[in-house]
Design a protein around this ligand. Structure first.
Ligand code: G4P
Length: 527
């Protein structure tokens, strides 16, 4: 294939995620964007995917929704001749790790903030991950049709709590019942709001703010708008696309997703400024999308919900080159060649088999257990993509076999669920007992339920006093051996056989770190 075609395909793609604290409006915004792309015809179509703030007892609902979420894991649509992929991220905080991993597969994010609630904890956590990765961020302040915080106050809060440098690209004219619309700084036009009207029409171009036309539309609010925009000009830096792409400045938009207000402007700006698929750093070297040879990595694995088919879907982000159906690719970890006869692309609600895919695309590969999260596929080069860490879990329980006849099934089930990244499994060195570590309480129930329904295995949990786990390494072998000898009953190994220290209290962790300065205690699996 000519390089020109590859470059053209790369330039046509935008792959991003929408992140927010639950209830800020992520699902509503996603839906409105899909409506513009013609990917769905009715509002409410994505809604069903949502894992609401479900109480653990109500988690059967999650199981039901998990089935739907295969289809909505990636929502592709075409807009202005561009292929746009929105990667869905679970809102429930117990699945935060899923979200972190999904963020490795996108090139930019849109952060949705509720105008009344401001910056909430989940947003803070997620944005921190984006900042670490220098992911370009656009902020969308939502629900302007409701009373909320003062615009300037909110921008301060965004800057401080999210530690972002921002520049407003639109500005609201009042909010709540008085909400009149937004002035779009980016394209210098005025968008007037009418409650309850789902609007898609164009804005009114007003590049000269002293134009009396502004007074005609806004009456006494025109002067206020002029003053506020003056203030913005004085306080915030002008928008600079390169700084946005570098992750050092974040444009901010205001609107109301529910009323479809400010969404088109957001989308139109997004397609102009958002990055085309960018390369990724592998352990060995940096890989650029334009490279002729295909490479990609698995960032998500989803069990197939059909009980007659035990297979799973591995979601691969294509980093470079062209992916082709039925062509053999090298599975680097297994050192084996694999072919995929039914690679799947996701267009909103629909799945379809694709013959080829390009950087920025996500393909779903049917898998019978070959993949785990972080695996790399190439045309032969031994590359290992980085940046898909597991975090040190926060909640722990012993897992015991509750049905002696099904120990094989339990081992297999646990193994596969861990590959999916549902939780982490440690084995106590002294006891051989298995410990499951998760980031949220819900996962324990998910694991128990899925072991039973997908693998026919029963497990029960027993409490363990455990504060944190840390992977341990050291150049100082003597010190490491001494530590291991003294802490024998607090040692475990992970699925890869790496040493893990089980700290039963913050004190135990801290004193160990102080006493053994040459030992490195790692809290993410990538070190
Ligand atoms: P999430 O995915 O971030 O969790 O949020 P979601 O889109 O589900 O929105 C959460 C709630 O906020 C929903 O109401 C939704 O209708 C509402 N919402 C979203 N955008 C706006 C907006 O611009 N203005 C106003 N006023 N509300 C908005 P809900 O009652 O929880 O759900 P539903 O019963 O309406 O489905």
């Amino acid at each position: 294939m000519g390089n020109q075609k590859l470059t053209k395909e790369i330039n046509r793609r935008r792959t991003f995620a929408i992140i927010s604290h639950p209830d800020a409006g992520k699902t509503t915004l996603t839906e409105k964007l899909l409506l513009y792309g013609g990917a769905i015809q009715v509002a409410g179509a994505v809604k069903s995917n949502k894992i609401k703030k479900t109480a653990t007892s109500d988690w059967m609902e999650i199981e039901r929704q998990r089935g739907i979420s295969v289809a909505t894991s990636v929502m592709g649509f075409e807009y202005n001749n561009l292929n746009i992929n929105i990667l869905d991220t679970p809102g429930h905080q117990d699945f935060a790790e899923d979200t972190f991993r999904t963020l490795t597969a996108v090139d930019s994010v849109i952060v949705v903030i509720d105008v009344a609630k401001g910056v909430e904890p989940q947003t803070e956590k997620l944005v921190k991950v984006c900042r670490m990765r220098k992911t370009p961020i656009i902020v969308f302040i939502n629900k302007l049709d409701r009373p909320g915080k003062d615009g300037f106050e909110l921008l301060d809060e965004v800057e401080q709590k999210l530690d972002l440098k921002i520049t407003p690209l639109s500005w609201p004219i009042n909010m709540g019942p008085e909400f009149k619309g937004v002035y779009n700084i980016f394209d210098e036009s005025l968008y007037l709001f009418e409650p309850g009207k789902q609007r898609i029409e164009e804005g009114i171009s007003i590049s000269n703010l002293h134009d009396p036309e502004l007074d005609d539309y806004l009456d006494e609010d025109a002067q206020m708008l002029r003053e506020e925009l003056d203030l913005i000009k004085g306080v915030y830096p002008a928008f600079d696309r390169q700084q946005y792409l570098d992750g050092t400045i974040c444009p901010v938009f205001f609107g109301s997703a529910l009323n479809n207000f400010g969404v088109k402007e957001l989308l139109d700006c997004f397609i102009r400024i958002a990055p085309t698929p960018i390369g990724r750093q592998a352990e060995e070297r940096k890989i650029l999308p334009e490279e002729e040879n295909f490479s990609g990595f698995v960032f998500k694995i989803h069990a197939n919900m059909d009980p007659n088919h035990r297979d799973r879907i591995a979601f691969v982000r294509i980093v470079s080159g062209r992916f082709e159906r039925n062509k053999p690719y090298h599975h680097v970890r297994l050192g084996r060649s694999l072919k995929f006869s039914n690679p799947t692309a996701f267009m909103a609600q629909k799945k379809s088999i694709v013959d080829e895919a390009f950087p920025g695309d996500i393909v779903g590969l049917y898998d019978s257990g070959n993949f785990k999260i972080g695996d790399t596929l190439t045309e032969g080069e031994l590359l290992h993509y980085k940046g898909i860490p597991s975090f040190s879990p926060e909640l722990f329980r012993y897992v015991e076999n509750a049905d002696p006849m099904k120990s094989k099934q339990l081992a297999k089930g646990l193994d596969q669920l861990m590959d999916e990244g549902v939780a982490q499994l440690f084995t106590g060195k002294a006891t051989g007992r298995k410990i499951i570590g998760t980031v949220g309480a819900l996962q324990f129930e998910v694991i128990q339920y899925r072991l039973l329904h997908e693998y026919g295995a029963s497990c029960r949990y027993e409490p363990i006093t455990l504060y944190k786990t840390a992977w341990i390494t050291s150049e100082n072998k003597a010190m490491l051996n001494d530590f291991k000898a003294r802490k024998a009953s607090f040692l475990a190994f992970d699925k890869e056989g790496r040493d893990v220290f089980l700290a039963d209290s913050p004190y135990a962790l801290q004193t160990s770190m102080e006493k053994y300065p040459d030992i490195k205690f790692h809290f993410t699996s990538e070190f």
